[in-house]
Write a protein that binds this ligand. Sequence first.
Ligand code: AHR
Length: 501
Amino acid sequence: MKAKVTVHEQFRKGKVDDRFFGSFVEYLGRSIYGGIYDPGHPTANAQGFRRDVMDVTRELRIPIIRYPGGNFVATYDWEDGIGPVEKRPARLDLAWKAVETNRVGLHEFAQWAQDVSAEILMTVNLGTRGVREALNLLEYCNHPGGSYWSDLRRKNGQEEPFNVRHWCLSNELDGVWQVGQKTAYEYGRLANETAKAMKLLDSSVKLCACGSSFRRMPTFLEWDQTVLDLCYDTIDYLSLHSYLRNAEKDPDTYLAESMDMEEMIDLTVKMCDCVKGRKKSPRTIDISFDEWNVWPRAKEDDRFIDPWRIAPPLLEETYTMEDAVAFGCMLNVLFRHADRVKIACLSMLVNVFGPLMTENGGALWKQTIFYPFSYASRYGRGDSLDVRLDSPGYQNKVYGHVPFVDVSAVYSEERKEVVFFAVNRSRAESVVLETNLSGFQKASMVEHVILDSKEPGTSNTKSAPNAVMPRTAAAARMEGAAARVSLPPLSWNMLRFSVSG
Ligand code: AHR
């Protein structure tokens, strides 16, 4: 099979923001306890954080990490996580039916984030709390001193403000699964009042309001329209979330699910701009895609885990090669919308939907999805390019025509490189992809990295941590401004070209 993709230097869609390569850590399962924090681990630092996890987190160059939830935040009192650890209360976390010990709180997490060179995207609880508590937290984090909450922070050992710049105004409050679920009107009013007050306290903060939790919410777009109507002037971003499920255990549909995410972004951006137009506002609301990942199997088994345990192993996926391909399609969707998706958080970092997995007190290994994210974070910084793709495809009962090839491209003027991230959805056949760079002078191919496997179900596990690993194929020779590159069946690929503009 043959496909063709064309890019041009002048087809620049927008800069890929650094915050595009964010991630997410929630008090959920073994994301924190047993994941980033494990005081008994041989690599633990003085604060109890695993150095091996920190090293790989740094390797991923993650600039921003969403915290502390997620669904967790709706019954969280942030004050439980400050002050002497031995005095902190254990609380019931209603979102995950677990016990939260509060051993890791704001100060400890902020230190960890600083150690991995990431800023925090902080979520406030507007499920069971309100404007006052959000303001107190902001004052605690960002006010220099001379007030009750800022002085308490100093008393607790942090003289300088944490300077948290990015904030989520709660999480998925359209969801029936939330404690404190709200109608769009209730949420929009509360988010607006909270945003207004937070900006009075610190005008430099950037605020994300909850958009629709998922594309298939019955209130999709209606919720977004009402919320935008009510807080357009006070917020900066609308949060969206997407997890690709393999509900029907049908690979053809699963591998096409990213098309749903693409439509979700397209429609939401149109809704943001429609409200902008109606309000005659000079401001543009961009998207914070602050939870995204594939979620093909986990959860079914979780119901056998007893409630009210500390750090139970919830939502732990063992990702396959097929999952890495679906994941690569999601990354491509995000790159193709980098003009409006300014923040994105891979959900999550470790154990819970983790690109990284750890054993309590033991090994660490990288799942299949680690590799597309890692290469994207390393080579995907620059300007997103509009791609013109011509690909054969298959007919799917849900999505109609689905192209076998899915591709995104980034041009780095600084590195003088064009990088394609390309997926072949076909399980049976290779596709020869012609990459046409006629808009650039003197292109030459530098590298072809392939992630593939003989079996779509192959995973990396503790006993076989390198079962699916990237390999490098010979770079193709240029034929004029084009190169022909073979994408193996069910593979994720990075094609790197050096160019002069
Ligand atoms: O990532 C797990 C959960 O999925 C998050 O807590 C929630 O926001 C989403 O529904």
